[in-house]
Design a binder for this molecule. Structure first.
Ligand SMILES: Cc1cc2nc3c(=O)[nH]c(=O)nc-3n(C[C@H](O)[C@H](O)[C@H](O)COP(=O)(O)OP(=O)(O)OC[C@H]3O[C@@H](n4cnc5c(N)ncnc54)[C@H](O)[C@@H]3O)c2cc1C
Length: 391
């Protein structure tokens, strides 16, 4: 057992753990130990956004997340998207905007990782330490957290659980955070894959034949209307709009608008072109959907009213019942996690155990695709650090 008793121990050196350590180091002289199972910090950051890390989004509101709205708003009121961009700019990183909404690292994820590493260099990082268990111990009448890892036991006055969620186990992800929280009387919602592709039921298998085709679409799921590109794959559906759909979908139907920016009836009116040529969709897609509908591809103006109605329903209101998701191995995040009803929504400190804090994806807060999950990880980490320093 290490003799040192740290002021703060942070479990997990991912996005939230590193940001929390950085903020504590910059705002205080508290001694900080960060425990990480991998051989280095920020492995999900490294692979994120195709290696360029989609850090945040132009529009960040609580409505882009699944979770307690009031808690999410309170966190962003303390450290917003603009605060994050300023924090990064002050350290030399100016993210670039893609598709008018996503902020990415200009060159590589290494840029943000090295800023976080440098800002948190006063912290002690213990790598290759797999976290096993957590207890509260009493020494000379004072309460401490005692964390046992594969390499020993470490103690601290305050503890931050920042171990993320269990999707993408290939980069060290586990559900240890939920297990530890439950050991200290917190309850949780089971982790489920989110921001993952959706698999299909047999009646929609025709889409698998069109693997590789991508175009803008709009999906309505649980009352939410999401717009972005859809990608047809050999497994089912993917692409940004589908990944965000998987956050809100758990069972039942979703509705797809394959032509969100035009009205099929208007395009077809007095139009002599073949339908498959007239629509702003990949020709193969239109032909395949017509085949499913058992409607011929012919000049638009020659369709009868009844056929027009069928086409409108199919192209603008296609009902799809997904079979499931691509699963944890390929999900970018998990929904579920430690329930927030026993967490102070201003400080993110546990209402059950004093000096126990949570940051990042381990909490039951999950964002849509588009930088929302890093924004949450960073904002929640700063909130924890600032409130810890002020206490
Ligand atoms: C492929 C991929 C791409 C993504 N792209 C984006 C993107 O572009 N934009 C975006 O906003 N989000 C993206 N995400 C989601 C984002 O990576 C996570 O939401 C974010 O990393 C969560 O931060 P966190 O600090 O809570 O957890 P993590 O960053 O996952 O950090 C948790 C840390 O805890 C460590 N840990 C876990 N269990 C143990 C244990 N038992 N012992 C020791 N250490 C442990 C892990 O090794 C990890 O380093 C992506 C995710 C994936 C998988």
């Amino acid at each position: 057992m290490s003799k040192t008793i740290y002021d703060v121990m942070i479990l997990g050196a991912g996005a939230s753990g590193m940001m929390c350590a950085a903020q504590l180091n910059e705002q205080s002289d508290l001694s900080v130990l960060v425990i990480e199972g991998n051989e280095r910090a920020g492995k999900k950051l490294k692979i994120s956004g195709g290696g360029k890390c989609n850090i945040t989004n132009v529009n960040v509101t609580a409505s882009n997340y699944m979770g307690d709205e009031q808690l999410i708003e309170s966190v962003f009121a303390q450290f917003s998207k603009d605060d994050l961009l300023t924090w990064l700019a002050n350290r030399g990183l100016k993210p670039v905007i893609r598709k008018e909404q996503y902020y990415f690292c200009p060159k590589s994820s290494d840029e943000i990782i090295s800023i976080l590493a440098s800002a948190s260099q006063k912290s002690h990082y213990h790598y290759n330490h797999t976290i096993k268990s957590l207890t509260k111990v009493n020494i000379d009448g004072k309460a401490y957290f005692s964390v046992t890892t594969s390499k020993g036991t470490h103690r601290a006055k305050k503890l931050v659980i920042a171990t993320g969620a269990k999707s993408y186990a290939s980069v060290g992800a586990t559900d240890i955070g939920v297990t530890l929280a439950e050991q200290l009387d917190h309850s949780s919602k089971p982790f489920m894959p989110a921001l993952a592709g959706l698999t299909l039921q047999p009646q929609a298998f025709w889409m698998k034949e069109l693997s590789g085709i991508s175009f803008p679409a709009e999906i309505t799921v649980e009352g939410k209307v999401l717009s972005e590109d859809i990608l047809l794959t050999h497994r089912g559906l993917s692409g940004p709009v589908v990944l965000s759909t998987s956050l809100y979908w758990s069972k039942g139907e979703v509705e797809i608008n394959f032509l969100p920016y035009t009205s099929i009836k208007e395009v077809m009116h007095n139009n002599r072109k073949l339908l498959s040529t007239a629509l702003s969709l990949p020709k193969r897609f239109t032909q395949a959907l017509l085949e499913v509908l058992q409607i011929k591809d012919k000049p638009c103006a020659s369709y009868k009213a009844e056929e027009l109605n069928t086409l409108e329903k199919a192209f603008h209101h296609y009902k799809l019942s997904p079979a499931g998701t691509y699963g944890f191995a390929q999900a970018e995040v998990c929904k579920g996690g430690v329930k927030t009803d026993t967490i102070n929504s201003w400080t993110l400190e546990s209402n059950i155990v004093e000096n126990l804090y949570f940051a990042g994806e381990v909490l039951d807060v999950t964002g849509e695709l588009g930088g929302y999950n890093f924004q949450w990880a960073f904002s929640s980490a700063v909130v924890v650090a600032n409130n810890m320093v002020q206490k």
